[in-house]
Design a protein around this ligand. Structure first.
Ligand code: C5P
Length: 222
C-alpha cells in the first residue's frame, strides 16, 4: 500500500516585511488568497494528500471565512502556530502519524508546479529526505564586499519531504536559532539529506515586489 502523504502548509508567520496589515498569506494573488493557491496546487498534484494548515490561532476564523468566500472546501486540519517557524512545525507534526511521508511547505510559495510536487512524491519513495535547491545566478559578496565562490552555493526551497518518524524525532531537538528550515533540523539529527532540483519560479512571497512578480508569473501561465 502507498504511504499516506501529509502536506503541512506553514502560514503562521506575521508577514511584517510585506508592510500590509493583513498577514501576507491571506493577500490576494490573481483575486485568490496566496494560501489558497498554495493548497490548491497540492490538491491538484497530490489529491490523496492530507492537508494540515498552520495558522496563528487568532486567524483561524479569518481563514475559515476566506475559504467560504473563495469556495475552498477541501478538508484541512488547522493547527495553531508557535513563536518561530520551528515551533510551528513542531506543533503541526503532532497531527502526523508514523509511517507517513510529510511535505513541509511555506504557505507563501504558491507557484510550486504540479509536476515538481509529483516528482518529489516519486523521489520520496526511494530517498529518505528531499531538499529542493536552485543555483544562484547573481554574483555574491559578503557585507564587506569580499567575493564568494557562488558555484558552491545553493538557495534552499520548500517543500522539503521527510519520513514522519525522522522529522518528528528531529523536531524533538532543543530549538537553535540556526534552524531556519526543516533540513537544518534534520541535518542536526543526522538524517541523510538528498538535494534535488528546485524550481526557479517557486518564489517565496516576502515583499510587495515578490507579490507583483508572482502576479506577473500567474498571468503568463494563463
Ligand atoms: O518567516 P519566514 O519568511 O521564514 O516564514 C516562512 C514560512 O513559515 C511562512 O509561510 C510563514 O507563515 C511560516 N511561519 C510559521 N510560524 C512562524 C513563523 C513563520 O508558520 N512562527
Amino acid at each position: 500500500m502507498a504511504d499516506q502523504i501529509f502536506a503541512i502548509i506553514m502560514a503562521a508567520g506575521s508577514g511584517t516585511r510585506m508592510g500590509a496589515g493583513t498577514p501576507k498569506q491571506f493577500l490576494p494573488l490573481g483575486g485568490v488568497p496566496i494560501l489558497q493557491r498554495t493548497i490548491e496546487r497540492f490538491r491538484e498534484a497530490l489529491p490523496q494528500a492530507r492537508i494540515v494548515t498552520v495558522l496563528p490561532r487568532e486567524h483561524f476564523q479569518t481563514w475559515k471565512d476566506l475559504c467560504t468566500l473563495h469556495h475552498l472546501d477541501c478538508p484541512q486540519q488547522l493547527v495553531a502556530g508557535g513563536i518561530t517557524r520551528f515551533h510551528s512545525v513542531r506543533n503541526a507534526l503532532e497531527a502526523v502519524p508514523d509511517g507517513a511521508i510529510v511535505f513541509i511547505h511555506d504557505g507563501v510559495r504558491p507557484l510550486a508546479s504540479v509536476s515538481f510536487l509529483r516528482r518529489l512524491a516519486d523521489q520520496a519513495r526511494s530517498q529518505r529526505a528531499l531538499v529542493p535547491v536552485v543555483p544562484l545566478t547573481d554574483t555574491i559578496v559578503t557585507d564587506s564586499g569580499e567575493g564568494v565562490d557562488r558555484s558552491r552555493l545553493r538557495a534552499v526551497q520548500t517543500p522539503q519531504v521527510f519520513r514522519s518518524e525522522d522529522i518528528r524525532a528531529a523536531y524533538r531537538l532543543a530549538y537553535e536559532t540556526s534552524f531556519t528550515d526543516d533540513a537544518s533540523v534534520a541535518r542536526r539529527k543526522g538524517i541523510p539529506l538528498s538535494y534535488v532540483e528546485g524550481e526557479r519560479y517557486n518564489l517565496k512571497i516576502t515583499t510587495p515586489e515578490d507579490l507583483r512578480l508572482a502576479e506577473a508569473l500567474c498571468s503568463l501561465a494563463q
